[in-house]
Design a protein around this ligand. Structure first.
Ligand SMILES: [Zn+2]
Length: 464
């Protein structure tokens, strides 16, 4: 601890979460950077009183889908762009989002990142990192990785569900191994496409093509099979992989066993799988809960919570892929017409705090690791982000642990206009949020300016 002499802002008297412990301290901020943390009072022209509140590192949600201004064909794949999406993030205490970035046909990965970066710079309220999706054979070229490194982006996304992956696995493996050797992290969507295709066709043949059979079309065996395939690759090549939105006990068991024998496999889960179960799909409005993979059973929920607690799950990220309720229910009539994904950026941290920390299922330290520190390490942002330390970006959340609100997506920042948790009473919300020292949420209201968000240059993935 040290004393700053020239701070422009002080956060005073909060309970600051640092490296897993809670200390009462003042935090000095100068030029957007934390310059000192002190148990004695730090003076500054601007003082934010944090007494009675926790002070947490800004959240990092490594997995979101925000639409660039528009697609090449003029359509919008999701209802949140970088403005509404990052306003929702800020309101939920998330100061960095990782956007899955789809290239247009024929577009290089780095060109896709450059194009989307313009939308970020025009619209975003908080910071953004980009995960370009490897969709075409032309992407499987080490030159693509060099170009991404020059842009400061050090991750790629692969869908095991895409035909291109299934038919060119050997080339994908070679490319992913090259990426890993350069410090990239590869995000993988793990569901076995051939098994899903088989299950879906079988349901159609039996006249069971209603959305209520969505779970049967994508069983946990399909997730486990794809996870096993990618683990085998990670094991033989010592290439780190990051399994997105893991949903089932079986897949988690496979990942945990691999990790125990030293395979570099990292696991993300998603809030949906922590709070909701498959029975909801039988409701008339069940289509509103559809995401890929589908909701699972209580036993899977229990396994994921154990994973959060004991460290076999590394991150909680939203896969924020928002639609309006009308779009969800209209599209959800058949397995052939679905709009997977929900809005969750505003609720991911409050729900996990309320349902996890306040119930004693996870510690406050784990909460911070899962939602800030671990994603910062995995995606090459640590210690600039994901922690509170001298020299770190002043991405800080003044968290009121006693504020109770009932979730109401119609009043949220996301254009989805509903939340899968509508009606749930949640205790513990961000009061004020700072992004690089600037107040972007004040008294629970988003005040940050669109277009202030940046794309921080990232280093190598450095999991602990
Ligand atoms: Zn996703």
């Amino acid at each position: 601890m040290s004393t700053a002499t020239s701070a422009d802002t002080t956060i005073r008297g909060g309970e600051v979460v640092i490296d897993g412990s809670v200390v009462r301290a003042d935090i000095a901020i100068t030029g957007g950077i934390v310059t000192a943390i002190s148990s004695s009072s730090i003076d500054a022209p601007h003082v934010i009183d944090a007494q009675g509140c926790l002070v947490l590192p800004g959240g990092i949600d490594a997995h979101v889908h925000l639409s660039p201004a528009e697609l090449a064909d003029g359509s919008y794949p999701w209802v949140d762009d970088f403005e509404s999406g990052t306003r929702a993030a800020a309101a939920g205490g998330v100061t960095t989002v990782g956007n899955i970035t789809f290239p247009r046909p024929g577009e290089a990965l780095a060109d896709a990142c450059r194009r989307v970066a313009e939308d970020v710079r025009a619209q975003a309220v908080v910071d953004v990192l980009l995960h370009p999706v490897v969709t075409e054979e032309q992407h499987l070229d080490p030159g693509e990785l060099t170009a991404l490194q020059e842009l400061g982006q050090t991750s790629i996304k692969v869908f095991a569900t895409l035909g291109a992956f299934q038919t060119r696995r050997r080339q994908y493996y070679r490319f992913m191994a090259e990426a890993g050797s350069r410090g990239f992290l590869t995000l993988v969507h793990c569901e076995d496409d051939e098994l899903i295709g088989h299950c879906t066709a079988s349901l159609f043949e039996r006249g069971l093509a209603d959305f209520r059979h969505f779970g049967e079309s994508r069983p946990d065996a399909a997730e486990e099979a794809a996870v096993a395939q990618l683990i085998a690759f990670a094991e033989v090549s010592n290439t780190p992989i990051y399994v997105v939105h893991l949903s089932s006990r079986r897949a988690l068991t496979a990942c945990s066993a691999a990790r125990a024998r030293g395979v570099p496999v990292y696991v993300e889960t998603r809030p949906l799988y922590l709070y909701l179960t498959e029975e909801l799909l039988q409701r008339e409005d069940g289509a509103k809960y559809i995401g890929q993979p589908p909701l699972r059973r209580h036993d899977d929920v229990d396994a994921l919570w154990a994973g959060l607690r004991f460290g076999t799950v590394d991150t909680v990220a939203t896969d924020h892929a928002p639609w309006t309720l009308e779009q969800k229910l209209e599209a959800g009539t058949s397995l052939e017409r679905l709009r997977p994904g929900v809005a969750d950026l505003e609720t991911v941290r409050p729900m996990l705090f309320s349902e996890g920390v306040l119930t004693g299922r996870i510690s406050l330290a784990r909460f911070v690791e899962l939602t800030a520190t671990n994603p910062a390490r995995l995606f090459g942002l640590y210690p600039r982000k994901g922690t509170i330390a001298p020299g770190s970006d002043a991405d800080l959340v003044i968290w009121d642990p006693d504020e109770t609100r009932v979730v109401d997506g119609s009043r949220g920042e996301s254009r989805a206009g509903y939340s899968p948790y509508d009606g749930t009473s949640v205790r513990g919300w961000p009061r004020d949020v700072l992004s690089r020292g600037e107040i972007v949420v004040s008294g629970g209201k988003v005040t940050g300016r669109s277009g202030r968000g940046r794309l921080p240059a990232r280093g190598s993935s450095s999991p602990r």
